[in-house]
Design a protein around this ligand. Structure first.
Ligand code: ATP
Ligand code: MG
Length: 274
């Protein structure tokens, strides 16, 4: 694909909806006719699990094998280890071995760019590559930020999450200054939103006013629903589990918003190069 977009879903805070959003945005994009690769960059293997691969530790190939091949400068076989999910996306799974690989990166040259080398090899085949990051600002997350063109920041509308965002912004700024100057922030995606509580309403308003100028807050918010929690447990996307529910329609609306945003960026790029 001429113009593959690589989006990392990052937030060092745990349990904010990174994995759920990677799966459902990815499948949403695939339903819109896009070719999508989702990369699990988290040793917890939640992306693979939430898409129905119940034993990620038994998979013959995972991201840590890919990274070892790149570190050792060996030949990477075509489509090596890629799983084809029945809902139309491709998946590069992770498993527990990735935590060992992350530790071993410390002694390696270009340690921040190992994932980028893989992603760049895969770009020609996809419209979108989504990277599900782990809840830390460690070396794997830095690898995600270095490999990506842009970042989506899933965040729950709570006070603590809003404070943690500043730390993430600092890491993004550092990666931009030192390695990946083209990295942009697509926006903050509010997840598990329960509009009935006043706290949620206040935090959303203050997030929008604090970051609203510099950083977009996605217009579409993902509502809280037990159906969403159930769907990851059953290894299904929200579209397969609760097609007509509010979370499915929120992810479809978000998918459209992401596609519109990418079109806008493309227009700006082509205006700029004229
Ligand atoms: P981690 O930091 O551990 O990787 P994460 O940021 O990837 O977590 P998820 O795993 O996507 O977060 O979500 C955390 C939990 O919240 C999961 O049990 C998931 O099923 C549930 N969940 C996700 N989205 C929703 C939603 N919209 N409503 C209710 N529960 C949700
Ligand atoms: Mg996760």
């Amino acid at each position: 694909m001429a113009n593959c977009k690589v989006i990392a879903l990052c937030n060092q805070k745990g349990g904010v909806g990174k994995t759920t959003s990677t799966a459902n945005l990815g499948i949403g994009l695939a339903m819109s006719g896009k070719k999508v690769l989702a990369i699990d960059a988290d040793a917890q293997a939640n992306l693979a699990l939430s898409l129905g691969y119940t034993k990620p530790d038994d998979l013959p190939v995972s991201l840590s094998d890919i990274m070892k091949i790149i570190i050792e400068e060996k030949m990477l076989p075509n489509d090596y280890g890629i799983l084809r999910h029945q809902e139309g996306i491709d998946l590069m799974p992770a498993n527990i071995e990735l935590s060992g690989t992350e530790v071993s990166l410390v002694n390696i040259m270009s340690r921040e760019s190992i994932l980028k080398t893989y992603v760049d090899k895969m770009r020609p085949k996809y419209d979108y590559i989504l990277i599900d990051s782990m809840p830390s600002l460690g070396m794997m997350t830095i690898n995600s930020l270095v490999a990506a063109d842009s970042v989506i920041i899933p965040s729950q509308p709570s006070y603590l999450s809003a404070k943690g965002l500043d730390l993430l912004m600092q890491s993004i700024a550092r990666v931009r200054r030192q390695i990946n100057p083209g990295l942009s922030i697509d926006g903050i995606l509010l997840t598990m939103v329960d509009n009935r509580t006043n706290e949620a309403k206040e935090i959303i308003a203050s997030l929008r006013s604090h970051y609203g100028e510099k950083i977009k807050v996605f217009k579409n918010e993902i509502p809280f629903s037990v159906r969403a929690a159930e769907s990851s447990g059953r290894g299904k996307s929200i579209y397969a589990h609760d097609k007509n529910g509010k979370v499915a329609s929120a992810y479809i609306a978000l998918t459209k918003e992401v596609i519109r945003l990418e079109r806008k960026k493309e227009r700006l790029r082509s205006d700029g190069s004229r």
